[in-house]
Design a protein around this ligand. Structure first.
Ligand code: NAD
Length: 473
């Protein structure tokens, strides 16, 4: 039977179309373009785990899009709708993301087809440990070659189980703890990793608002403070981004869109309270002090200054892109805007901070965690006391020279040596700022590049193709 229904593009098609566009702008030869886009390897595993006394089958994937740098890096997602194409698209995004923010990794991604909410903690532990064994035995989990991290549906707990499974399999590997990142701090994790992606989104937005000309061109008023924000998804990324933006930058989170509907409050929602409510009740419905709307997706089109999709891919598409009111869309999730919607938003002058840059905070801090694991020492451990003593000497010298006591708050700031949290946040902030400046510069100087997404891809493709030319494919 034939039909005239348009064929919906997959997530992978959408990513490839955006990359093709960048390749055309750069005039890259076809062979190089194909080498860049190809996904090197995909592993599919199916395995049984005993659930309530009966074997149940699970299927998962780990895709390695590139290994021009090793290890290849990328999260593992637990979701019922996960599939090979999605994992391949996410692995490709990881390649570009790492290149944009100068993290020396190849791109990879994993997924397990499962609804984690349907299983107990101990069942999830058995499933995760078995999945980790499958990956490790086939060379897809290792501190040298392939290092997973959390993504949708996974977190510190799952990463801890994976690291421990790897340790049991390879007890002679002195760097075993670096086989995954995003682990609990007590088990090889780094302080600041859990919040890193949301924190990176905040740093990206702060940097955006430091560029007055760019802000003005998008039709926004200067300053992040007071901006009305709608956020979709209050999970790891969305919760931290919304919490920091509302409590540290005075933004108003006027709507939160979740799985079971949306909450609206023009005066701004208390994100901590909404999150507590979600933990207690499993959704946003019933939260006091806000209007509840059952059709959450419709709220994407409500009036606001900034829209932050932080849940899943393809939520802004050909059918709703015309209705988006935000002047700035911040892609905290991976692939929330389809290729078609991207073109519509561009035409309407809506600025987009692209996913490949915007949510790179996770991999940046994962990189710090991996370095910490290979060095076997916590950041700041060696030099903290030295800096504190030096700070105290500087204060004494100032007081001696001026004959005036230094105010307590200044003393505290100067004397305090940086701990791991400070160093991680500082490294993250610096990386996000530099990468944004690079994107703005490319858009300013290359007249074929009109938007930040193309700027990000041009930067990434230039770096990756250079490395292919240097060392071969
Ligand atoms: P998460 O599982 O912690 O949170 C996802 C949230 O989205 C949950 O609160 C869930 O209830 C909500 N959600 C699910 N379906 C929804 C729907 N239809 N409408 C509204 N809300 C819905 O996942 P996360 O780790 O926060 O990841 C979110 C996005 O960020 C994903 O695209 C992921 O790939 C991307 N990302 C995550 C990280 C990371 O470090 N966790 C890093 C980079 C990118």
């Amino acid at each position: 039977m034939t039909t005239n229904e348009p064929v919906a593009l997959s997530f992978r098609d959408n990513v490839d179309l955006m990359v093709d566009h960048a390749i055309r702008i750069m005039g890259l030869e076809e062979g190089m373009g194909n080498a860049l886009k190809a996904c090197n390897t995909v592993l599919q595993v199916s395995f049984p785990v005993e659930i309530d006394g009966k074997p149940e089958m699970f299927t998962g994937w780990r895709a390695v899009h590139s290994d021009h740098r090793l290890p290849s890096k990328g999260g593992i997602r637990y979701a019922p709708e996960v599939n090979q194409e999605e994992v391949e698209a996410l692995a490709a995004l990881m390649t570009y993301k790492c290149a944009i923010v100068d993290v020396p990794y190849g791109g990879s991604k994993g997924g397990l087809c499962i609804d984690p909410r349907k299983y107990t903690r101990s069942q999830l532990e058995s499933i995760t440990r078995r999945f980790a064994r499958e990956l490790a035995n086939k060379g897809f989990l290792s501190p040298a070659k392939n290092v997973p991290a959390p993504d949708m549906g996974t977190g510190q707990r799952e990463m801890g189980w994976m690291a421990d499974t790897y340790r049991q399999l390879f007890p002679d590997d002195i760097n075993y703890i670096g086989c995954v990142t995003g682990k609990p701090v007590g088990y090889g994790g780094v302080r600041g990793r859990n919040e890193a992606t949301g924190r990176g989104v905040q740093y990206a937005m702060r940097e955006y608002f430091r560029h007055f000309d760019v802000v003005k061109e998008a039709g926004l008023t200067p300053g992040l403070g007071g901006k009305r924000i709608i956020i979709q998804g209050l999970g790891n990324v969305g919760y931290h981004a919304a919490l920091f933006l509302s409590t540290e930058d005075n933004c108003l989170i006027t709507a939160v869109i979740e799985r079971d509907g949306a909450l609206i409050n023009p005066d701004g929602l208390n994100i901590h309270d909404v999150h507590e409510h979600m933990i207690e009740h499993g959704g946003v419905k019933g939260f006091p002090g806000a209007k509840y709307v059952e059709d959450g997706a419709s709220v994407l089109e409500h009036d606001c200054d900034i829209l932050i999709p932080a849940a899943l891919e393809g939520v802004i598409h050909g059918d709703n892109a015309e209705g988006i009111k935000a002047k700035l869309v911040v892609e905290a999730a991976n692939g929330p805007i389809t290729y078609e919607a991207d073109a519509i938003l561009q035409k309407r002058g809506v600025e987009i901070i692209p996913d490949a840059y915007c949510n790179a905070g996770g991999v940046i801090v994962s990189y710090f965690e991996w370095i910490r694991n290979l060095a076997h020492v916590r950041f700041g451990r060696i030099e903290k006391r030295f800096h504190e003593t030096r700070g105290a000497h500087i204060i004494s010298a100032i007081e001696l020279a001026t004959n005036t006591p230094v105010p307590d708050w200044v003393r505290k700031e100067i004397v305090r040596g940086a701990d791991e949290f400070d160093l991680v946040r500082s490294g993250l902030d610096d990386t996000m700022r530099l990468a944004f400046q690079e994107m703005v510069e490319v858009r300013r100087t290359n007249h074929q590049v009109r938007d930040l997404r193309m700027a990000a891809y041009v930067i990434a493709i230039e770096k990756i193709s250079r490395s292919y030319l240097d060392i071969g494919y």
